[in-house]
Design a protein around this ligand. Structure first.
Ligand code: FE2
Length: 229
């Protein structure tokens, strides 16, 4: 491989597109089709008050600016490992998330050494990162993956009113839609409607992003579950 190929986003995209020809991309798409790899859990009853949690998270966003990460547009992301914080709302949030991840892992298909999500070992549950994202009017999250994780997530804490948000699917989570630069033209194979207290879990190597929305505040928590070892 010519190292200069990786010097520009266009070169990198061409390289990836060559490796994952459309046929291969569709085949790889199909390997994720098991509905049990993705899960949507409504946690409102096991979470702390969403209003109190939102207040707590907003305070953490006050001092940060739009991060350098290219996928986040029109928003802020908290610094540091969110689940290490000692605020009662964050500790309660972590407890509810651990329970939901355990439930998700418990219903996965049997172990398959060829599949990156289906290792024999599935405990203990560990996190490799946790943070909050606050998108405001017109923000979106371009399609991306988290190559180091096992399962990734989106947990909705506060959302714009439907009139502010715009017509469906404004603000929805897309799963399985490659980043636009790859020009693979594959549709998402699942879209998740955000609802307060809703958690979406999906394989970390699955493309995911957020459709643009009109106006208002969209406050979420995200975390990566680390591969068990
Ligand atoms: Fe992500």
């Amino acid at each position: 491989m010519d190292a200069s190929t990786l010097d520009s986003p266009a070169g990198f995209a061409a390289l990836i597109k060559g490796i994952f020809s459309e046929g291969k991309a569709k085949e790889s798409h199909a390997t994720w089709q098991s509905a049990r790899h993705k899960g949507v859990y409504d946690l409102a009853e096991s979470l702390p008050s969403l209003d109190a949690l939102a207040e707590c998270l907003r305070a953490l966003h006050l001092s940060v600016h739009q991060p350098l990460e290219q996928s986040l547009r029109g928003g802020t992301q908290t610094d540091g490992y969110l689940f290490a914080r000692v605020e009662p709302e964050i500790r309660a949030l972590r407890r509810a998330v651990v329970e939901a991840v355990r439930e998700h892992v418990a219903q996965l298909p049997p172990a398959d050494p060829r599949h990156p999500q289906l290792s024999e070992r599935r405990s203990p549950i560990r996190f490799s990162g946790a943070w909050s994202v606050r998108l405001t009017s017109g923000g979106n999250h371009a399609n991306h993956i988290h190559p180091q994780g096992w399962f990734s997530s989106a947990l909705y804490v506060a959302l714009p009113d439907p009139e502010q948000r715009g017509p469906e699917p404004a603000g929805w989570l897309t799963l399985g839609e490659p980043q636009a630069e790859l020009q693979l033209d594959l549709p998402p194979f699942r879209m998740v409607e955000p609802k307060p207290g809703r958690l979406a879990l999906f394989p970390s190597t699955m493309w995911h992003g957020t459709r643009s929305f009109g106006a208002g505040e969209r406050l979420t928590v995200a975390f990566d579950v680390a591969p068990p070892r």
